[in-house]
Design a protein around this ligand. Structure first.
Ligand SMILES: C[S@@+](CC[C@H](N)C(=O)[O-])C[C@H]1O[C@@H](n2cnc3c(N)ncnc32)[C@H](O)[C@@H]1O
Length: 233
């Protein structure tokens, strides 16, 4: 199997797992959409280093498709140079309300420039000193439908904050929101990935681990999707 075919197969398998989550019906995967977006991003974006693989980029498109369906908000915690946000926005025609959160001002400036090249203007750019906990506007954003994408990596605590972000999401968000964690399949973050899964299970939150590459992702849907089936999603 070629690398391209493998990426495509992984992304389609991941998109079908997203499909099983409540209200995941629009999380479909389009190879032509992926190829068009990749060509544009290679031409227009400036990205130093990234762990984003083609397979994961394809899945971000599908996640963006889910977010866009509800005309929703996209909060990226650990926004870095904006590449992941750009891929999710590219998954939908609907302009998302985007908030970028990161203590690294240089990375955020690069993120804003990158999104500007795509004519995407984030609604909030939050260069929080000690990270996401310092942003008092976070709960208001998370309360609205959408996606919280988490890819923070603290120099001292690594990704252990993932558990607190998930707790915040579960107590603040509503269906059909999703909280997505990057890197949960990396061996060095296996404990954090396991913790995310256990916390999701203990709150009966539908979730899917997506081993699309060595980094992987875990998607957690808000549990009210299950407890209120009559709710107008
Ligand atoms: C490794 S980068 C993400 C890069 C992305 N995986 C890629 O390959 O393009 C992690 C980001 O998390 C940010 N970060 C670290 N601690 C954070 C915190 N507490 N809250 C929000 N962002 C944080 C860092 O400044 C950094 O930009």
């Amino acid at each position: 199997m070629t690398v391209k075919a493998r990426g495509q197969a992984l992304a389609m398998a991941a998109a079908s797992r997203l499909h099983q989550l409540p209200d995941g019906s629009e999380a479909e995967f389009s190879e032509s959409g992926y190829l068009r977006t990749r060509e544009r991003f290679q031409r227009e974006l400036i990205v130093d280093v990234t762990s984003l693989t083609p397979a994961a980029a394809r899945v971000l498109l599908a996640i963006g498709g889910h977010a866009g369906r509800s005309g929703a908000r996209l909060v990226v915690i650990g926004a870095y140079q904006g590449l992941f946000a750009a891929w999710m926005q590219a998954g939908t025609e609907t302009p998302l309300d985007i908030a970028l959160v990161d203590p690294d001002r240089d990375a955020l400036n690069r993120a804003v420039d990158n999104l500007d090249r795509l004519e995407v203007r984030p609604k909030a750019v939050v260069p929080v000193g000690r990270g996401w906990r310092d942003w008092d506007g976070l709960a208001d954003w998370v309360r609205h439908d959408g996606v919280v994408f988490v890819d923070l990596d603290d120099p001292t605590t690594g990704k252990w904050d993932y558990l607190d972000v998930l707790e915040m999401f579960l107590t603040t968000a509503t269906a059909p929101s999703w909280c997505v964690f990057h890197d949960t399949c990396l061996p060095r973050f296996a404990d954090v990935g396991g913790g995310v899964r256990e916390l999701a299970m203990s709150r009966t939150a539908p979730h899917a681990v997506l081993p699309v590459d060595t980094c992987g992702m875990t998607v957690v849907a808000h549990p009210t999707s299950l407890t209120d089936p009559e709710k107008d999603l």
